[in-house]
Design a protein around this ligand. Sequence first.
Ligand SMILES: Nc1ncnc2c1ncn2[C@@H]1O[C@H](COP(=O)(O)OP(=O)(O)OP(=O)(O)O)[C@@H](O)[C@H]1O
Ligand SMILES: [Mg+2]
Length: 310
Amino acid sequence: MPTISISNVRKAFGDVQALDGISFEVNSGEVFGLLGHNGAGKTTTVRLLNGVLFPSHGQARVLGLDPTTDGPALRRRTGVLTETPSLDERLTARDNLLIYADLYDVPPSKLGRRVDEMLEQFELTDRADDKVGAYSKGMKQRLALARALLHRPEILFLDEPTAGLDPVVARQVHDLITRLSRREGRTVLLCTHNLVEAQQLCDRVAVLEHGRLVALGAPDELARGLVHRLPVEFEVAPDETAAALAALQTLDTNALARRDGRLTAQLDRDAIPVTVEVLLQAGVHIYRVNPQQPTLEDVYFTLHRKENGV
Ligand SMILES: Nc1ncnc2c1ncn2[C@@H]1O[C@H](COP(=O)(O)OP(=O)(O)OP(=O)(O)O)[C@@H](O)[C@H]1O
Ligand SMILES: [Mg+2]
């Protein structure tokens, strides 16, 4: 049975159709990414799955529970990092965690140790007794992540977990997500605008566009299926750069000279041999032809162009 399933869910806010009939399933232990432009419906999906919002149509199941009727029971088993976490700024980090742990039934005998562990893990021990109002944005984000993990949830919903984090802490959060899923078998649903992050972490991604699901699958699978034009790098003799560029510009390739001897062109895989032929006929000596692997970013822009007719 999938850990999360959402079936033909619609959600309207007045005239705004935030979700327009989306369906997908997330398997146990999977890191599942939700991608899409601002206002695509990612946060709305997370809120529906936690029973904070109710769908206008369709249904969802999370850990076998119905979020519309079993919200409180469900939220004991899920950890949520919201877009704008509400921390009590008048309290210290430690007190924020203690209050939350108490709300979520962490046994009193384990409370102190669990809070210390979380503070340690997110490198907040030194500042644990400072008021949160005096924290930097990234420190607040780390505290909010610590809070989401405090009660050892089976599923984590992380809405842009690395927004505002410095690169070192962002990498620690990536490692943490990988560890939670790979070693501990926990399920992670991750909303992100960071496509490199999504490619690195996610087993599968769903791309939302104006409340509709426009792609679903493993990043590599989507790249193979959707991206046909690849950036291809050419290395030629440096004094033949201009001749190579002129030859490539006779084809439909958006060719660019990067620097002496290095050029790139956008090409269908099938067009690579004939392009090499054109360069040879122009008297260019080719030392290297290197088609780049399409990335999730290429997938995203291919979908964006398709959906927006550009
Ligand atoms: N409480 C609300 N009241 C009215 N409209 C809402 C509400 N919540 C969301 N919306 C609308 O629903 C749509 C989807 O919003 P949502 O927050 O789910 O987008 P998102 O994909 O999370 O975007 P972002 O990347 O900016 O976080 C938007 O048009 C938004 O204005
Ligand atoms: Mg959002």
